[in-house]
Each structure stands twice: as structure tokens, then as C-alpha cells.
Write a protein that binds this ligand. Sequence first.
Ligand code: FAD
Length: 420
Amino acid sequence: MTSPRALVIGGSLGGLMVAHLLRSVGWDALVFERNTEELASRGVGLGTHPQLIAVLKRAGIPFDESMGITPPRGVCLDRHGSIILEQPMARALSGWSRLYRALIDALPARTCRFGKRLTRVEQDGAGVTAIFADGARESGDLLVGADGLRSTVRAQFLPDLEPAYAGYVAWRAVLDEADVPPELWHEVVGLYAFCLPDGEQLISYPVPGRDNDTAVGRRAYNIIWYRPTDTATLTDICTDAAGRYHAAGIPPPLIRPEVVARIKADAERLIAPQIAAIFERTTPFFQPIYDLDSPRMVFGRIALAGDAAFVARPHAGAGTTKAALDAACLADSIAGAGGDLAAGLDRYQRIQLPFGKALVQLNRDEGAYLSAQTKPKAERRGAELHRDPRAVLHAHIARSDQIGEIVAAHGLGVQQGSTG
Ligand SMILES: Cc1cc2nc3c(=O)[nH]c(=O)nc-3n(C[C@H](O)[C@H](O)[C@H](O)COP(=O)(O)OP(=O)(O)OC[C@H]3O[C@@H](n4cnc5c(N)ncnc54)[C@H](O)[C@@H]3O)c2cc1C
């Protein structure tokens, strides 16, 4: 008997995890990625949660010491670089490319097809067909849209749903540990550090370095700096030197030099000097922060997963964990429905829809004081209370527990460990 066939659109972390988990329950899963080659160069850090690690294990990928770094404590630094708060923490920090490498290497080579940009989907009672920009067509029993924030699959079925800009951007920067000045090395490189300039939030931590190395001296230091940015300023910084506006996000090399010079000057003025000195040596780029909350995840034989369905602000560092749980729930629901695909997809949506919504809300709450900064002062008082450093640090470190509570509340806890 031939295996049922799934077409997975999007070959990033979400799509690869869906392919792994569907294969683990007997499906033949193919991944179609619009980029022409492997996505190897997103050198940014990625927070993990136990649920992500459990799903990776189900895919046959052990999360050992080579996968991440666990700083012993979280600290909050004031403007002058002094530690004003300190708390133990135990969260493994990995890198986007470290997980990507492990996931793609563990799939058979023929699974991922590159240079395949989906334009449209057709379906009937017998199957689903993906139509690509190059004119090719692929047929299967199920199609999973794991094609991210600007999902083509979602746009076909929910054309009026747009990501909502949260009113701030995340500036991101990474520096090889070897390039961190030696006098700063002991001060920050092993730490999960916060800086809280007025109405802003910066988090920095060590991540696997080039070649995904986690050995001391060969790691990298990762910085995420959330900055309230009104829409006029966002339009300006998304406009390149030739005057072209990049509505869906400006590629990092096209950010105008004066925009980069300005953020570096702000770093020197606003954040702890040891972090500013690292930031100064990087080539920073930014990502606007969005909320996306889908009313449905299933349309006949088509399901959404990962960022295509829900985008939670990144404060809890759980976007990849959510994508992993989507993948596991999708596979378990289909396998448990004994050949009734519609029933399996219905169960998937019943569980993952409220889970996605809860995760979006949790992160919206954590970022509320950042969103509030671009509003008139009179509207800001309530949200601004969350700026208290102690509250911010404690809430942030407690997120792992809260993710676990949301997972348990939505009946996801048992399945994740089932083969782990
Ligand atoms: C600032 C920031 C920090 C973050 N930090 C963390 C963190 O610490 N921990 C964490 O877990 N998550 C974090 N995330 C979120 C995380 O990056 C995503 O939630 C997660 O990787 C899941 O992504 P995805 O695979 O669903 O979508 P994406 O990674 O967006 O992938 C979508 C893929 O689909 C492809 N595609 C799109 N359209 C088409 C098409 N028409 N045809 C074919 N292919 C297509 C794209 O090329 C892309 O490869 C962060 C996000 C941001 C913005």
C-alpha cells in the first residue's frame, strides 16, 4: 500500500518539523521552499522550551550540549553597566541555523525541493494540488501551509486577514565571541542580560557560533533590542538608499548606513556600556513585530502551521516551540483518526487554535508597555507600570512555566513525550 502524501509549503523550521512528524506516522511528506537553496545563514539566537526539545527528540534529534547554551543566571544591567537585579535561570539558548541544520540533515535528501514558490492551491474530494510559479503542479492528500507570516496559503483562504503591527521593532545583532573585547568577555558573554532603557527592552545572551559551535570562545553573543517605532519612522527605516520602500521587510544589507549609525549612537547613549560596546562591533538589522491571530487553521484538506497561522510576539521565545507543537499535534491527530483525514484535521484545529490564540495573548501582554510608548501619554499609564525592572525580569523568566501551563491546558502535554 502506498503512503498518503503531504505537500508542505515552506522549508523553514516549521515546515521541516511538520515533514518529520508526518513521516513518523507513516506519511510521505515533501517540502516545497521558494528559496533556491538551503536557508543556512540566519545567524540569530533562538530561545527553547522543554516542549520543543521533546518534539525534536520525536524527530530523532537529541538535544545534547552541542545544540545550545544554558547561562546560569539572568541579570538586569543599568545604564552604567551595574547589575541591579539577578536571578538564576535554566533556559537553553540555541541558534536558528543550529536547529535548521539538524532538522534538514535528518530528512532524506529528496524530501526538500528548492526554488518552488507556491502561487495557488486547488482541492476536491480526492486530493489537493499545489501550483507553483514555475508552472509545476504537485498533488497529494494533504497540504500544510508552513509558509510564515506572509503565507500565500493563508492569503488564499483568509484574504482579509493581515498581520497587525505591534508598534515596535526588534533590532538584532550577533557578534562572534572571538571578536568581543577581552575585558568585556567575563562581564557579559556567559550571561543572559537585560537592559531596560525608558520604554524599551534589550535582551542579550550567548548562542552557538559559526559552524554551530557551542565551545567557549567559539560561541556568539546575540542581542535583541525592542524599540517603539511609529509607522512614519518604520516607513523611513524600511526605505533603502535608492528610495525604494520595502513593505514586507527591508533586507539587512539595504538598511541605510545613517539608520545603522543612529541606532549605534542610541546604544551608546541608552544601554549598559559593555553591551553597547558589543553592539557597536556588529552589523545590526531589524524586524518589525506583529501579532497574527487566525480564526481558522483548516480549510478542507489544507492546514496552516507555525507562523502562517499565528504569530506571537517573540518575548517568550516560543515561536519555534509553537511550530513544533503544531507539527506534533497535526501528526498525532491524523494518525489517531484511523484514516479519517477530516476528523484528524478537525481535532488538530480544535486543539491548536485556542493554543495559538493563548500564546499570542501571553506575548501581547508582555509587550504591552512597548506598544504603549507610541500612544498619547494619557492612554499609557496602565501599560507603563510593567516597566518596573523586577516585574519585567521575573515575568520573562517565568514564561517557560507559563508556556507549560498553556500546553497542559490545551491537552498537548501527553503526546509530546510519547516517543521522546
Ligand atoms: C525578533 C524575533 C525573535 C525570535 N526569537 C525566537 C526565539 O527565541 N525562539 C523561538 O522559538 N522563536 C523565535 N522567533 C520566531 C520564530 O522565528 C518562528 O516563529 C519560527 O521559526 C517558525 O517559523 P515558520 O517556519 O513557521 O515560518 P518562517 O520561518 O517564516 O518560514 C516560512 C518559510 O516559507 C517560505 N515561503 C513563504 N512563502 C512561500 C511560498 N509562496 N512558496 C514556498 N515557500 C514559501 C519562506 O521562504 C520560509 O522559508 C523569533 C522571531 C522574531 C521576529
